[in-house]
Design a protein around this ligand. Structure first.
Ligand SMILES: Nc1ncnc2c1ncn2[C@@H]1O[C@H](COP(=O)(O)OP(=O)(O)OP(=O)(O)O)[C@@H](O)[C@H]1O
Length: 879
């Protein structure tokens, strides 16, 4: 360190304060990185690693040009890193010693405003949490691009914290250094977030108005940390931050992280794509703001009956008038992203083109208001009663900004003529000057007689007269000053040309500066409207989402569900919204779901692939759809308002966590049993299949009994343990249903129809055949199956309700040589069987089939003619 140059010393000092970020250190036209930053950045960005200094002291270094640095910085942020931008903050000409440098801005995943990571239809949230001494937890979130902010206070443990944080969908989490590192690792892993630190902070006085309505000091503290981080990293105006909303987590349906993923609400489980999720089906929004809102709605279904009803009412109205709806959507399509525009206006990075977008959007609003109100007069009160007038703003933009301005705000060309007298004067000067120059060209040609003489301009020499060498002698001596000699021509200036040039250039320079100043002034004026724009954005997005619900409801023939705080499930002709959309039209088999007193738990049996999980998910999805205000895919649907949905479905095996599949299954089940209430919905898919048969069955039964006796939640439980179906006789509220399948000519046809009663077979081997497992495997499996079925005895403790009464097996019973079934079905010892097996191996497949056919024939139920036919078939096969 002692040997560092003063500049490197400066670097090291600044880096010490930004250890968690890549430090982009401005040196002339480059941003340079040194030491470990350089090594890592060279790898991540695939740029050349060089060095500074000599020999052993050579410091690793790499750099990117200043003008293209943005893309390198965003690439790092997209990968979850942070970037600190360090600029020269004094003029090198006046600096004594090393030029002063400072970090002027930080780019982090949760705070960036631009680039690929900012998706139109997604919020970009930064979140923070604080764990208080009484173990309550405060959670805050903020989207810097829209200014939206919200806080909540929750109780519970790590699972609740993860659940609530996951609902924020944050890309970055700001926490105190005191949070234990195991928890942070868990959060990083499960939520894939970047962690940042910020210590406790007093609320910055300038922003007190944002939290005025937060009556709990804990909430203010939680938000203060987030705000402090924004102030520290952004170092610029945060005036667009909206009033912080206090949301009460208990007002929304609780969906834990696993259930949300399992149900594929906003993305698919495996590929993490929107396509194939519930969101992709119900999102028919036409604005970016609507796209973001519907995602938030799906992640937080409502519990309040009248709030849900209000959404349903709007959908009903929108559904009734196809033409009005489509016209309205056409208008909405022309509304730009008001929320993010407002953000950019306040943040100070809006350009003239975006102000035109704002103007065009605002011009649409009166018509939209009129159309919405015409559909239902009460909508006036609902959405537009406190609508701020925007006429003045539209007028200002109309007068000030040209219709098609350039993207850059530095090069002029943005401001309308007539908006500002001084600007117009400069413009005239510039235009007149140019006219004068054109006139000069004509005059000089006439006077010199050189037809090819022309006036040109370049940045180094300014305006000049150009003549070819051949004509050079025609110019009057002494009147022209030579400036530049080219191969075939020469360039001259005259004093009067110089004089005019100075006037024109001065006017242009002043014009650009003045345009910029005027633009900033206009932007400041527009800034006054930011809160009104944000509130308008919210209304527009709500209308957009509800119009979208009406659109999908009509297209897919959804019906309005009848929701009651507590009540029965009564679904007729229900469909799984995603599955029905991917299979050929008309092939989906609609199913009823009925859960009422005496039938609150359904045990679902049925072959593999028959549609058990689809049936279970269908109920959960219909509930979510109903509770976000959408209609549902069913002929008729009465549903209770579920407070929580728990699912243990499918293969969401959490391999990355280092936990076994079975452990994950048990953890999720534990969570459901601990948290579910009478008003919850529990979906358990083949619980217990991850362990040995007896273990699994015993657990499954115990779990069913617990839910039945202790919780009383509505429950769907699918299982392959047919023994469990006997529970329906013992438990008052349990009923059996099964998904039907029929066997026709040796093939199994899945009917996907759910009917009362239990299934008799699983057809697992048949599914294995469909999957084209080697024939030897499936044939052998069939033999083994029969063997096992032959052996079948009542399973201890599983059908009996009391598990405690288990008797250990008697020793002599165990010693008895195990009786097994031969390949031909009679009882034999293990040794005899082995001998048979080795013999059987020598038989060819045709012979084996014949043996199978004969051994399986149910002679007592065949007529003599059928027996003859059987033998005839066998003979044919052996030929
Ligand atoms: N009601 C239905 N109508 C039409 N097709 C259906 C229906 N239900 C399910 N399917 C089709 O059957 C496939 C298998 O369904 P699902 O995964 O629900 O079966 P499962 O009984 O849970 O199987 P397993 O026991 O093997 O897990 C689905 O992917 C879907 O294509």
């Amino acid at each position: 360190m002692a040997q560092l140059t003063p500049m490197m010393q400066q670097y090291v000092d600044i880096k010490a304060q930004h250890q968690d970020a890549f430090l982009f250190f401005r040196l002339g036209d480059f941003y340079e990185m040194f030491f470990d930053d350089a090594i890592k950045a060279a790898q991540e960005l695939e740029i050349t690693l060089t060095g500074r200094g000599q020999g052993e002291e050579r410091i690793p270094m790499c750099g990117v040009p200043y003008h293209s640095a943005d893309q390198y910085m965003s690439r790092l942020v997209e990968k979850g890193y942070k970037v600190a931008i360090c600029e020269q903050v004094e003029d090198p000409k006046v600096a004594k010693g090393v030029v002063k440098r400072e970090v002027v801005k930080m780019l982090t995943p949760g705070t960036i405003m631009e680039g690929k990571m900012i998706r139109e239809k997604e919020n970009n949230y930064l979140a923070s949490f604080t764990i208080f001494e009484d173990e309550s937890m405060g959670i805050a979130r903020c989207d810097l691009t829209t200014g939206e902010g919200a806080v909540t206070l929750i109780q519970g443990g790590q699972a609740e914290l993860i659940q609530e944080l996951s609902a924020t969908g944050a890309k970055e989490l700001v926490v105190s250094k005191e949070v234990n590192s195991e928890l942070l690792q868990e959060l990083e892993r499960t939520l894939a977030v970047t962690i940042s630190h910020e210590e406790e902070a007093e609320l910055n006085g300038r922003y007190v108005h944002l939290v005025k309505e937060l009556t709990q000091s804990k909430l203010v503290t939680t938000y203060a940390r987030l705000l402090q981080y924004l102030i520290r990293t952004q170092k610029r105006s945060l005036d667009h931050l909206q009033k912080v909303e206090w949301y009460h987590a208990e007002e929304y349906m609780k969906l834990d992280l696993h259930s949300k993923r399992n149900l594929e609400l906003v993305e698919t489980l495996r590929e993490k794509k929107k396509k194939g999720s519930l969101l992709s089906i119900v999102d028919h929004t036409v604005t970016a703001m609507g796209g973001r809102l519907i995602k938030r709605w799906i992640e937080r279904p409502l519990l309040n009956e009248s709030a849900i009803e209000k959404r349903h009412e709007a959908v009903t109205v929108f559904l009734e008038d196809y033409f009005a709806r489509e016209e309205l959507r056409d208008e909405l399509r022309q509304v730009y992203d008001l929320e993010r525009l407002a953000g950019r206006i306040a943040y100070g990075n809006v350009n003239a083109r975006e102000l035109i977008q704002l103007k065009k959007s605002l011009q649409k609003i009166p018509l939209i208001e009129e159309m919405v109100t015409k559909l239902d007069p009460s909508f006036q009160e609902r959405w537009f009663h406190d609508q701020a007038p925007f006429e003045d703003l539209i007028d200002l933009l109309e007068r000030s900004i040209v219709e098609d301005p350039p993207i850059s705000i530095k090069d002029g060309g943005m401001i309308q003529e007539g908006f500002h007298g001084e600007l117009d004067t400069y413009r005239d000067a510039s235009v007149n000057g140019k006219k004068w120059i054109a006139e000069l060209e004509r005059r000089e040609r006439q006077e010199t007689g050189i037809k090819s003489l022309k006036v040109g301009f370049n940045k180094v020499f300014g305006y000049y007269l150009e003549v070819t060498r051949a004509n050079r002698h025609l110019l009057e001596e002494g009147r022209y000053e030579r400036k530049q000699t080219l191969t075939n021509s020469e360039r001259f200036v005259t004093p009067e040309l110089k004089e005019k040039e100075a006037l024109i250039l001065e006017a242009e320079e002043k014009m650009e500066q003045l345009e910029y100043d005027l633009f900033v002034m206009i932007r400041e004026q527009v800034k006054e409207y930011v809160p009104h724009l944000q509130s308008l954005a919210h209304k527009i997005s709500e209308i957009d989402v509800l119009l979208g619900f009406a659109t999908v409801s009509e297209k897919q023939h959804y019906t309005k569900p009848i929701l009651q705080p507590v009540g029965d499930v009564f679904i007729e002709g229900g469909r799984h919204p995603v599955v029905e959309s991917v299979i050929p039209k008309g092939e989906y088999v609609a199913n009823d779901v009925k859960l009422y007193p005496g039938r609150e738990m359904l045990l679902i049996t049925g072959p593999n692939m028959a549609g058990k999980s689809t049936y279970m998910r269908q109920l959960a999805l219909l509930s979510v759809m109903g509770q976000i205000g959408c209609f549902v895919p069913a002929d008729r649907a009465e549903l209770p308002i579920f407070d929580q949905i728990f699912t243990r479905i499918g293969a969401a095996d959490d391999l990355a966590s280092g936990q076994s599949t079975f452990m994950v299954e048990m953890l999720e089940t534990q969570y459901a049993l601990a948290k579910a209430t009478e008003c919850s919905l529990i979906l358990l898919d083949e619980i217990g299949r991850g362990t040995s048969t007896y273990d699994g069955m015993a657990l499954a039964q115990a779990i069913i009994e617990y839910i039945h006796d202790e919780i009383g939640a509505k429950t769907l439980f699918s299982t392959h343990y047919h023994e469990l179906t006997a529970l329906a006789d013992q438990l008052e509220h349990v009923q059996n249903v099964h998904v039907s399948a029929v066997e026709e000519n040796g093939t199994v046809v899945f009917l996907h129809k759910v009917i009362d009663g239990q299934a008799d077979r699983s057809y697992g081997i048949y599914v294995a055949q469909l999957a084209e497992l080697p024939r030897m495997v499936t044939d052998r499996a069939e033999v083994l199956l029969r063997e096992l079925e032959g052996q079948k005895q009542p399973l201890p403790n599983v059908i009996e309700r009391s598990i405690q009464e288990t008797q250990p097996p008697q020793l002599d019973e165990v010693k008895e040589p195990q009786r097994q079934l031969s390949l031909f079905g009679e009882e034999i010892t293990a040794e005899e069987r082995k001998a048979q097996q080795s013999k059987a191996k020598k038989l060819d497949p045709r012979e084996q089939q014949v043996i199978k056919k004969i051994s399986e024939a149910d002679l007592l139920n065949l007529s003599p003619f059928e027996v003859m036919k059987l033998i005839n078939d066998c003979q044919q096969q052996l030929k």
